[in-house]
Write a protein that binds this ligand. Structure first.
Ligand code: AGP
Length: 600
């Protein structure tokens, strides 16, 4: 339970444990929806029999709402085997049908339970738990960390991983497995990494790592040099830094397994009939704050791909301005928390006017997800820092998917074009990683600017919402006046703000490609440099011209114009985070703010 408490930040919508006791045919188990405290109370009211071999799980739901029955562990073999799982088993539906065809009865909607019954079947064929795990994981597609125990192997826990974390803690007369070293760091700082598709078998005095074929793999232990609180943040000093570094995975996970065999977008919940989606004549995005900037990026992409007008509205304004809404309106409600009251109320208003609603939400089972007609979950994982980062890039990714789906459904873009965009999207996680790997100069610049009192941000086209978000991050975290502008708007008044050495970030589009706005934005840079501004330019790598217009320049990997926000946002998030840290601010809990604004 102490280990689960340290892992709770990773997912907190349900929790459970299963324990090996003296009963060789049944494990003892307790699992409850809600925070870990609810499980702790359950264990106080109804203690489990004693045991020293157990598995525990706090859940961040992906398949199946956060309920008691969907909480992990999941039982198989009549309660003799238990399994817990992080990740997504993409082929669980076909595997589940195979199992149901031979009479297996399921007690949850989760993809996890499928793996449990598959392991039980292998053990029934006479294999030990480790061999059963090896044979089952070979048949699974997707990303997973799996742990299993069997009452008939009372001293053993078996684990397996693919594209999902699992580390071994090497204790004295005891051994541990955890998604993160924080699960066991108070008992041992000696750990062992596991490679892709490896299976580990632990007992109190033995750790055996094998590859998928069963061949033993030699692994050198390492010593963890973090303390427990640092480990919760993956070694970063703040959750915000950790979450910025989660962004490649947030985009990759949100993209993963999104189209079925017919190339149709797979929503995560609910359904809106193709006839409705095919007949809409307007899209209204409802959101607040950072999420509204995802909506602004979506406007450029979806209007281009779908030729449908997209209005982006602050939820708190929308409901009170007697907007034009009809059955031909598709509302897209974007929210990380899924609990923003402004957006909940605006969505309900739109539904009363006959509109259909698709929600793009990060928290499974949240109010907005439940009340929408359909849901496209971002899979960014729990976002703890109040300032939203990885959820934003995941939201933008989800809006691209929605745009491509609508374009294909309505015939504006043909499969070949959509496939090309999907391929370019698939390259973005690696490009985001490259930006993260070369971000030290941005951090150094931020530390040098900790005393600044005003910073402006300029961008055109999809660079405009990036400028707005860059300014919001700086307001939220560094408490200084920052403002984002459409670069072309400056000369219509705001340029009066510009004076010598005023720092201005400029998001400069690529010079390549048809209709490039590169020269337009260079002119805007000229306008402010002529008045003494300090121009900090984000440009596409290889753009030598840009350097002549920049006091400082940071290069970003090449990407199609509409996808560039996924890259340009990163340096601005890092800049704000680092500058706030240099000022001694509480980066994860900025003053006056809350992670979810559940009041209107
Ligand atoms: C973003 O950094 C802020 N925390 C805030 O603007 C946030 O995006 C806004 O309150 C909307 O929250 P939601 O995405 O959970 O609906």
């Amino acid at each position: 339970m102490a280990g689960l408490a340290r892992l709770e930040y990773r997912g907190y919508d349900s929790a459970g444990i299963a324990v090996v006791t003296a009963d060789r045919e049944h494990l003892a188990m307790a699992k409850k929806a809600g925070k870990l405290a609810i499980l702790a109370q359950e264990l106080k009211d109804r203690p489990l029999p004693p045991g020293t071999v157990a598995i525990g799980h706090t859940r961040w739901a992906t398949h199946g709402a956060p309920t008691d029955s969907n909480a992990h562990p999941h039982m198989a073999a009549g309660g003799r085997i238990a399994i817990i799982h992080n990740g997504i088993i993409e082929n669980y539906a076909s595997l589940r049908s195979e199992l149901e065809a031979v009479g297996v009865v399921f007690s949850s909607d989760t993809d996890t339970e499928v793996a449990g019954h598959m392991i039980a079947a292998e053990v029934d064929d006479g294999k030990d738990l480790a061999q059963a795990m090896r044979d089952v994981t070979r048949r699974l597609e997707g990303a997973f960390t799996l742990l299993a125990i069997d009452a008939r192997e009372p001293q053993t826990v078996v684990g397996a991983r693919r594209n999902s974390p699992l580390v071994v803690g090497l204790g004295d007369g005891e051994n541990f497995l955890g998604s993160d070293v924080v699960a066991f760091i108070e008992y041992t700082k000696k750990a062992l990494e596991l490679g892709q598709d490896e299976v580990v078998e632990i007992t109190p005095d033995r750790v055996v790592v094998t590859d998928a074929s069963g061949a033993v793999v030699a692994r050198a232990p390492y010593t963890i040099d973090w303390d427990a609180t640092a480990a919760e943040k993956g070694g970063f000093s703040t959750f915000m830094e950790k979450e910025i570094h989660d962004e490649p995975a947030a985009v990759a996970d949100t993209l993963r397994d999104r189209f079925n065999e017919f190339g149709k977008l797979k929503l995560d919940g609910g359904l809106i009939a193709d006839t409705i989606l095919g007949s809409i004549d307007k899209i209204i995005v409802l959101a607040c704050g950072t999420s509204s900037y995802a909506g602004l990026v979506a406007k450029y992409a979806i209007e281009h791909w779908c030729r449908i007008p997209v209005e982006v509205e602050y939820s708190h304004e929308f409901r009170y301005r007697d907007p034009v809404v009809s059955v031909k309106t598709l509302v897209v409600a974007i929210s990380q928390s899924g609990e923003t009251m402004d957006t909940i109320m605006a969505m309900r208003y739109a539904q009363q006017q006959g509109a259909s609603v698709i929600a793009i939400v990060n928290v499974q089972g949240s109010t907005i997800a439940r009340e929408a007609d359909a849901v496209l979950y971002t899979r960014a994982g729990p976002e703890i820092a109040v300032a939203s980062t990885k959820a934003l890039v995941a939201q933008i990714t989800a809006t691209y998917l929605l745009g491509m789906f609508l374009a294909e459904l309505r015939g504006n873009k043909f499969p070949g074009e959509v496939r090309a965009i999907l391929e370019q999207l698939g390259e973005m996680p690696a490009k985001i990683q490259r930006v993260l790997d070369t971000a030290e100069p941005i951090r150094a610049l931020a530390r040098s600017m900790a005393g600044e009192r005003t910073i402006l941000f300029l961008g055109r086209h999809v660079g405009y919402p990036v400028a707005l978000e860059g300014a919001l991050k700086l307001k939220e975290l560094a408490y200084i006046h920052a403002e984002g502008f459409a670069a072309g708007e400056l000369k219509h008044g705001p340029i009066a703000l510009v004076e010598k050495d005023l720092p201005i970030f400029v998001i400069l589009p690529s010079p390549n490609g048809p209709g490039s706005l590169h020269s337009k934005v260079l002119s805007n840079i000229q306008e402010v440099r002529a008045r003494g501004a300090r121009t900090i330019v984000l440009a596409e790598e290889g753009d030598e011209v840009a350097a002549k217009y920049a006091s400082e320049i940071f290069y970003l990997p090449e990407a199609p114009v509409l996808l560039t926000p996924l890259l340009a946002l990163i340096p601005l998030q890092i800049f704000a985070c680092e500058l706030a840290g240099a000022k001694g601010n509480d980066v994860d809990q900025p003053r006056n703010l809350a992670k979810s604004v559940t009041v209107e």
